[in-house]
Design a protein around this ligand. Structure first.
Ligand code: PXG
Length: 458
């Protein structure tokens, strides 16, 4: 069965009959039908009706090199022929896995010299929870088990990762968060800033809530704080400059480990290899996934400092791992992906050219739109937050309806963005050029106009 053989309606019927989707109300699929994507090239997708759509989300924040990269396909093919699978349990390893761990140790900031592999961001964050608790146990502080994260954080969908996450709707499914997971406010000025607060003041207050939480729990019970340098799925929340230095100081002062979830911000998204570099952070651990292979093969990792690894090693066997930890095909794809990002100077290009251009165009073309409350972002991650009133930052009611409408109009205008609450998020492939950025921004503007018209707003 290939995509050419069925019509869109036939694909949709088959999909409805047998396929359970993440994060959608099945009734919506009944009403609107599945969007079937059959191909892609560069920054564009092709749907089952043959339409070309600009992928403003790089898949799910991951296809950093864009689609149709034969080099990555070749790397996978070559590795599958040579050695399609062998594991990394016990004393085994394969050359691509060893090589990738070594490349990552060079690339990562600070002394993050050791990599533990898995297949998804969720698994990497679950790994963090287990290894960090083990670490404190071995350091003679077994009570240090609690993780502190933030409202609107997204760290994945497994039990521990969703517990780390800060979404009430996710917690409501499966009895989460598990014990030992606490949340504090993010530095989200537009939605959480007091009337008279500057973004810096909101950032300082958000950091203060972390310190207060640590003190309330007792530092002797707190294992780690985890955060995305720029929150992605929570609505692209870019912290003010004073936030991360203060959070880092708080973690150090209270002997709490700092974990950066770089699943979205890693590999060039913010204009540096890692968001930690953009915000001058020195995390004890880092989770990476998505852009590590540009989404061409599932792979993720936890990077840990030499000191963390030494302590862990002192405990003997590490009883943790996945069949596909360090899968050789995924590792080979990741190696080629990183080689291409370097060869094409993509990180530099995001920092000096496409990133600034994207941010300037978004603000210039969309800030003054009557539906728009705020435009924010850094590098090639951006967001347009919709609001009923910009000056007072009054949200639309019910939350999410207007962005969902606009998201539909974007698709009709030929661009895919991500709607979260009333925030439209964009995170295009890092290979996007100026013309495509212009197209993305212009299509979003037209979609906003159509949304305003539909709502009968000025
Ligand atoms: N951390 C972060 C920061 C993420 O964005 C994960 C961990 C989990 O990764 P896996 O590979 O287990 O999905 C993510 C994933 C969305 C959306 O709707 C975002 C993600 C995944 C799926 C949908 O924006 N981020």
């Amino acid at each position: 069965m290939t995509s050419q053989r069925l019509t869109t309606a036939e694909w949709q019927a088959l999909d409805r009959a047998h396929h359970t989707h993440p994060f959608v109300d099945p009734a919506t699929l009944d009403e609107k039908g599945t969007r079937v994507i059959v191909g892609a090239d560069g920054c564009h997708l092709i749907d089952s009706d043959g339409r070309r759509i600009l992928d403003g989300m790089a898949g799910l924040w991951c296809v950093n090199l864009g689609y149709g990269r034969h080099e990555l396909a070749q790397a996978a093919y070559d590795q599958m022929i040579e050695l399609p699978y062998y594991n990394t349990f016990f004393r085994s390893a394969t050359p691509p896995t060893i090589e990738l761990a070594s490349i990552l140790s060079e690339l990562a900031p600070g002394t993050l010299g050791h990599a533990f592999f898995s297949s998804s961001g969720s698994e990497a964050n679950d790994t963090v929870v287990r290894l960090v608790r083990r670490y404190w146990d071995l350091r003679g502080a077994p009570a240090k088990t609690t993780f502190i994260s933030r409202t609107y954080a997204y760290h994945g969908s497994t039990m521990a990762a969703a517990s780390l996450g800060g979404f009430a709707a996710m917690h409501a499914v499966g009895g989460l968060p598990l014990p030992g997971f606490e949340h504090v406010m993010p530095p989200y000025w537009f939605a959480m800033g007091e009337d008279d607060e500057t973004p810096e003041e909101t950032g300082a207050r958000a950091a203060r809530t972390l310190e207060e939480k640590i003190v309330a729990l007792g530092p002797e019970n707190v294992a780690a704080f985890i955060g995305e340098p720029v929150m992605g799925a929570g609505g692209v929340i870019v912290p003010p400059e004073n936030y991360w230095p203060e959070v880092q100081r708080i973690c150090r002062d209270h002997d709490v480990l700092l974990v950066c979830d770089e699943v979205i911000t890693g590999f060039g998204r913010t204009g540096e290899w890692f968001g930690a570099q953009t915000f001058e952070l020195h995390p004890d651990l880092m989770t990476i996934a998505k852009g590590l292979s540009s989404g061409y093969a599932p792979i993720s990792a936890v990077l840990m400092t030499d000191e963390f690894f030494e302590t862990l090693s002192g405990g003997g066997v590490i009883p943790h791992g996945y069949t596909y930890s360090g899968h050789p095909v995924s590792a080979a794809v990741a190696i080629e992906n990183l080689r291409l990002i370097k060869e094409e100077g993509l990180v530099e290009r995001v920092r000096t050219q496409t990133g600034p251009y994207f941010q300037t165009r978004l603000r210039a073309e969309l800030s003054d739109h009557p539906l728009v409350g705020e435009v924010r972002g850094i590098g090639l991650i951006g967001a347009v937050e919709l609001a009923q009133d910009k000056a007072s930052r009054t949200p639309f009611e019910p939350v999410g309806r207007v962005a969902a409408l606009c998201h539909e109009h974007c698709y009709e205008e030929g661009v895919i963005l991500r709607a979260m609450r009333d925030v439209l998020c964009a995170s295009p492939p890092l290979t996007i050029d100026r013309e495509e950025i212009d197209h993305l921004v212009a299509a979003t503007r037209r979609a906003l106009d159509r949304t305003a018209e539909e709502l009968g707003l000025p």
